[in-house]
Design a protein around this ligand. Structure first.
Ligand SMILES: [Zn+2]
Length: 251
């Protein structure tokens, strides 16, 4: 069974959240999902969904595009919960120019994760080098880390893999323009490989342009099986094992 390691079921743009929650609860091919918070409010909602739905786990954090005076100390207070498996998504995004703020939030969230022995989920939009620079100069995630929707770059990949950090692939890998991502997927070691939908965004082919949901993970797994020259079941089992190794609180 598959684990969707990064999705947003309580995202602002989804009106009928219950419908999407039920679809996951009733899907026998989905073992679990990690529902990612973007700010304090969505993190709190993510925990409450995880408390009443056994397939749902929660990651809590402040996304670089949702920083506006979010209280990180409150977030710290929420993290000591059996359903919270990670901190994030946190990171840097070059579509906004408040880089100093973004950097401060990222550093503080890595410190919180290290204190709580939790892995960190990194969002990097054209900022891999700057995130890696923070790891080198300030603080590194000590209990694991995943770069979600990894943007392909071989130098960055070398650094991440040599530190045992994970790389996650989403719907973009199914697009015709994904040549570089396919090259990266070929060389990511099999034990550092995760899969995610990042739903409701980035639907894979052949559903590109529609609202994405966790069941579409089958298209991403199918494409990765083709790239890695493995069977669908092999790639599904491998990514599920990897996800559980990184997020130790997943059962
Ligand atoms: Zn996300």
């Amino acid at each position: 069974m598959a684990i969707d390691s990064h999705m947003h079921i309580n995202h602002f743009i989804l009106d009928n959240k219950e419908k999407y929650i039920d679809a996951i609860n009733n899907n026998s091919r989905i073992e679990s999902v990690i529902n990612i918070g973007l700010n304090l409010q969505t993190s709190q909602e993510s925990i409450s969904i995880a408390q009443s739905n056994s397939k749902f786990y929660s990651s809590i954090g402040v996304h670089p595009l949702y920083i506006d005076s979010q209280n990180l100390e409150k977030l710290y207070g929420l993290a000591d919960n059996p359903r919270v498996v990670a901190l994030g998504e946190s990171g840097l995004d070059n579509t906004k120019n408040n880089f100093n703020e973004q950097r401060k939030y990222l550093i503080r969230q890595i410190i919180i994760a290290n204190e709580l022995h939790l892995p960190v989920i990194i969002h990097s939009n054209n900022c891999n080098k700057q995130v890696i620079d923070i790891f080198k100069r300030y603080v590194k995630p000590k209990y694991g880390c995943v770069f979600h929707c990894f943007q392909p770059d071989l130098d960055d990949l070398k650094y991440l893999v040599s530190n045992g950090y994970y790389i996650s692939f989403a719907g973009r890998i199914t697009y015709k323009t994904a040549k570089k991502s396919i090259e990266v997927a070929k060389i990511v070691p099999n034990d550092l490989f995760l899969v995610e939908t990042d739903s409701p965004y980035i639907s894979p082919e052949p559903l590109r342009g529609t609202i994405n949901e966790t069941s579409n993970i089958k298209y991403i797994l199918g494409k990765l099986a083709e790239i890695k020259e493995m069977s669908y079941i092999e790639i599904e089992t491998m990514t599920t094992q990897n996800t559980k190794r990184l997020f130790k609180k997943l059962q």
